[in-house]
Ligand binder design. Structure first.
Ligand code: FBP
Length: 569
């Protein structure tokens, strides 16, 4: 008989009772892959659907081999009788922020490649590809990571592969490990990088003059990698939003129990507000700000604060000195005057990087202020020091402002307090701030994310065995069994002129004002502000009645017949 402490010791190192149980959950597969027990690779055929960017000729000039090979046509699964290539050596890497289900992509890849091919994991993301830190993934690894959250099996980073020297390092890694293919699991920036890699490695890497295939897999909790009905959502979004929704539901329950607090909750999503919208639909708070609407209406910071303060005062007059406000992480960049300030700051910081770095910490704001236009300098000077510090902080390697570090929720509290006092000094306003971000990215994948990612892995592996390069794996028809497809990466690339240079970008899919999900939110939100109509969606379930639920925004926007997803029979 083992003692209690023995039993506890056995739960260490990813062996909690829960983790052991979810590892055994069966994973449904799209019918195209044959039996779920032993999924078989599918081959692909070009469909008549061709993608076009904002500058097809410019893209063709930059991605000549990829475009010539794919014609930018979407691929559909043709059947599961692919004569399986053997001896392929494939590397997989995670890029950018973690998202639940990444491990299942690896599992799907490994299972579909089978024992006749070799799968390597790249440690610590694109940087690992440059350094050549690869290791062989075994069947035992796959059994252990199946249905577990996080990216910790491989690790990730945000290195952008852009210089000639970096491309040479990638080639070296390909030669050293005799790679035939690389799978990049990432968001819009990482898939843009994958498109560039696919073109660069198209030919002439191996001794026989052939190239290395590159396949992307759509990941990001932000949900902003979407391509209409070809890609209704990136993986990780469902898990993250369900975790946030549980927490927000609990906070809402607390507000109406303790009757004295407002909670301002910033939700992750560096640019688009899909996460905030999904959590609002799940929980029905008093206020949810949607960045895209603010940008569309050109609403100023003062006007947003006034809108928020009026809800607080109105609720107070109805006896409710409490409530919840949801704010998307990326809000600050969508407020027109802040957007103009940030754009000018980006230019100033890029052009005066060395001088700026040489300034003592407390002189930096003044130094930058002196280089801004009068309006932006005045705006910067009016902001609290805790916001200015983060606006001046280092950009990530893709040039993005690190919005997760900007305490917008505190700024809104401070400004709302002042405005509420002006509107009605008798209204009490006690507020707490929260940032829900990292809490949700690495949870164990929901059944949706687990099944979706496993099938994305099967699709990516099939594309490799079918000899394809420069595609993003996708699974469509998520409510009706699921179909493996592939989107030509070059067909997603737009060319944008930034700082006098052409930049290749896959556009972030923002919340559309006319989308059914947004329209539903608009129709209901005034009632949610006036009365307590919130609901608590509870924890994500793996076995219960909501286990098979689709994200609500996906169900509404895709016109699904049911709230439940269905992959396989
Ligand atoms: P990806 O787009 O790489 O998936 O990252 C998304 C995200 O979670 C954003 O929501 C957030 O702004 C950012 O990562 C935070 O990045 P970091 O992990 O570098 O702090």
């Amino acid at each position: 008989m083992s003692t209690l402490t023995d039993q506890l010791r056995q739960t260490e190192a990813h062996r909690s009772i829960f983790e052991c149980a979810v590892r055994r959950l069966p994973l449904p597969t799209c019918a195209a892959f044959g039996s779920a027990d032993k999924p078989q690779p599918v081959s692909f055929v070009a469909t008549s659907r061709v993608l076009a960017s904002n500058d097809p000729e410019g893209v063709r000039a930059q991605f000549p081999q990829s475009v010539a090979a794919s014609g930018n046509a979407v691929l559909a699964a043709a059947g599961s009788n692919l004569r399986q290539a053997q001896g392929k050596r494939v590397a997989v890497l995670f890029s950018g922020g973690p998202a639940a289900g990444g491990h299942n992509v690896v599992c799907g890849l490994k299972r579909v490649l089978g024992n006749g091919n070799t799968l390597f994991g790249v440690r610590a993301g694109p940087k690992g590809l440059l350094k050549g830190t690869l290791f062989e993934i075994t069947d035992a690894n796959v059994d252990f990571i199946l249905n577990t959250g996080g990216f910790d099996f491989l690790g990730s980073d945000r290195t952008k592969i852009k210089s000639a020297e970096q491309f040479a390092q990638v080639r070296e890694t390909c030669v050293r490990y005799q790679l035939d293919a690389i799978v990049v699991v990432g968001g819009d920036d990482s898939n843009t990088n994958a498109a560039v890699l696919a073109e660069t490695l198209f030919a002439g890497v191996k001794a026989d003059g052939s190239g290395v295939q590159v396949i992307g897999v759509p990941k990001t909790i932000d949900g902003d990698l979407q391509v209409g009905d070809l890609l209704s959502i990136s993986f990780g979004f469902d898990t993250a939003t369900r975790i946030y929704s549980e927490m927000v539901g609990n906070i809402l329950q607390d507000t109406s129990s303790s009757l004295k607090y407002w909670h301002f909750v910033k939700l992750m999503g560096r640019s688009a507000s899909h996460v905030a919208l999904e959590v609002a639909l799940q929980t029905k708070p008093a206020i949810a700000l949607i960045s895209e609407e603010i940008a569309a209406k050109q609403e100023s910071l003062a006007s947003i604060v006034d809108r928020v303060a009026r809800v607080i005062v109105d609720r107070s007059h109805r006896g409710m000195n409490y409530g919840v406000l949801l704010a998307p992480e990326g809000l600050i960049e969508f407020i027109p005057e802040m957007n103009s300030l940030i754009a000018e700051l980006n230019d100033v910081l890029a052009h005066h990087a060395e001088e700026f770095a040489a300034q003592p910490e407390d002189a930096r704001a003044g130094f930058v202020g002196g280089k801004l236009s009068a309006g932006n300098a005045a705006l910067l000077a009016s902001l609290p020091a805790y916001i200015v510090r983060m606006l001046l902080a280092e950009r990530d390697s893709h040039g993005n402002l690190q919005v997760s570090l900007i305490p917008t929720e505190q700024l809104l509290i401070d400004m709302a307090r002042k405005r509420v006092g002006e509107l009605d000094p008798n209204v009490p306003f006690a507020a707490h701030n929260h940032f829900l971000g990292y809490e949700g990215r690495c949870g164990a994948p929901t059944l949706f994310d687990a099944a979706y990612t496993y099938n994305l892995g099967l699709t990516a592996g099939s594309l490799i065995l079918d000899g394809r390069t420069g595609y993003m794996a996708t699974v469509t028809g998520l409510g009706s069994g699921g179909k493996p497809q592939a989107i030509p990466l070059a067909g997603l690339i737009n060319i944008e002129r930034r700082h006098g240079k052409d930049e290749f970008v896959i556009e972030k899919a923002l919340v559309r004002m006319d989308s059914p999900a947004m329209q539903y939110f608009i129709a209901r939100r005034d009632d949610w502000a006036r009365e307590d109509l919130f609901s608590s969606p509870g924890p994500r379930q793996f076995w219960g009645p909501t286990a098979n639920q689709l994200p609500l925004t996906v169900a509404l926007n895709s016109g699904a017949a049911s709230l439940m997803f269905r992959i396989g029979d």
